[in-house]
Design a protein around this ligand. Structure first.
Ligand SMILES: [Zn+2]
Length: 332
């Protein structure tokens, strides 16, 4: 069996945990703080993931009870889904940004409700952006893990972390760098002395993370935040980048520039479609991403398009108008 972990820097272990969806692996990071242990992100609370984590801990020579601290980069199921059970088994101090705790609570409360199209605010939001709700099954509009034990997040973290905080555990120091965009309270964790940056979903080597606008974030500018967060991380001196998906790499500045460029190109492509005729986010997404996809992807494409069009409006490159309860975007 292939090893489920590798020591990527002295005392810093990258652990590969399975996911039942794409991407199929999440990397979490265990740091030997010499007399204490810190885990950054937890994986999902599935039996396979928890068993893998236990097995790797045993191979490294620790037990779950030995964890002193858990730091969540953000609230998503693959990153923070097992934090609840890990805290119960270890009494580790759990660190998370306040905005992520708020969202973890919201995701848990959505668990007892139907899909987005069955919640009044979700329904109004989807319709206003041209999403043809009636073409899709309501259950498909709800992630499979929602409302199950696979998402067992700590909803009341022991410590709220914010930009500039330094978390001290044993002889290690973890700098918190707030990088909103993919999620509003996303943080990357920087080990200044070691020049190692644990980037969560912010700076993935091969794919770009989802940046979207939803019913509760309409009026915000997550893509603008995301691009600013790409510029922000470039100021730090980094020799080793540890992402949540994909292999470790070195040049974070180069990757940040590629990601910024990807979104500039995407925005230009979307704006071009609206030059002659204003369109809803759904219509634009349909032309960019095509059809025949599962509803979860159609939704993600619409939310991602919305993030680009709102960004264009903030930047003065597009305007939005309302017609027949629908929001239309057009390039300026
Ligand atoms: Zn994520």
């Amino acid at each position: 069996m292939a090893s489920k972990f590798t020591e990527v820097h002295p005392g810093i272990f990258e652990i590969f945990l399975p996911l039942p969806m794409r991407p199929t692996i999440i990397n979490v990071y265990l740091v030997d703080c010499h007399g204490a242990w810190t885990l950054i992100d937890t994986g999902m609370n599935s039996p396979e993931s928890v068993a893998t984590l236990d097995e790797v801990f045993a191979q490294i020579g620790i037990k779950t009870q030995d964890l002193s601290a858990i730091i969540g980069t953000h609230h998503h199921v693959d990153h923070f889904g097992a934090s609840g059970q890990l805290r119960r088994r270890s009494h580790a101090i759990v660190h998370l940004h306040a905005r992520e705790a708020e969202r973890a609570n919201r995701m848990v409360s959505y668990g007892s409700m139907g899909g987005m199209s069955q919640r009044p605010e979700g329904r109004a939001f989807l319709l206003s952006h041209g999403f043809p709700i009636e073409q899709f099954s309501p259950t498909g509009m709800r992630p499979a893990w929602m409302g199950t034990s696979m998402y067992d997040p700590v909803t009341a973290p022991d410590r709220f972390i914010d930009d500039g905080d330094v978390i001290k555990v044993g002889d290690r120091e973890f700098d918190v760098i707030w990088t909103p965009g993919h999620s509003p309270g996303h943080n990357v964790i920087y080990l200044r002395r070691e020049k190692v940056m644990i980037v969560g979903d912010h700076l993935l080597p091969k794919i770009t993370p989802h940046v979207g606008i939803y019913a509760d974030s309409f009026g915000m500018n997550p893509l603008g935040d995301f691009i600013n967060s790409q510029k922000k991380v470039q100021k730090f001196d980094v020799e080793l980048v540890l992402p949540a998906h994909g292999g470790v790499y070195h040049d974070h500045r180069h990757r940040a520039n590629q990601i910024i460029e990807h979104h500039r190109y995407r925005e230009a492509e979307m704006l071009d479609l609206t030059r002659n005729r204003p369109q809803t986010a759904f219509e634009i997404a349909h032309q960019i991403f095509g059809d025949g996809r599962p509803v979860s992807q159609v939704m993600a494409a619409t939310f991602e398009t919305l993030a680009h069009m709102e960004f264009s409006c903030f930047e003065g490159r597009a305007r939005k108008t309302e017609r027949d309860d629908r929001i239309l975007y057009q390039a300026l």
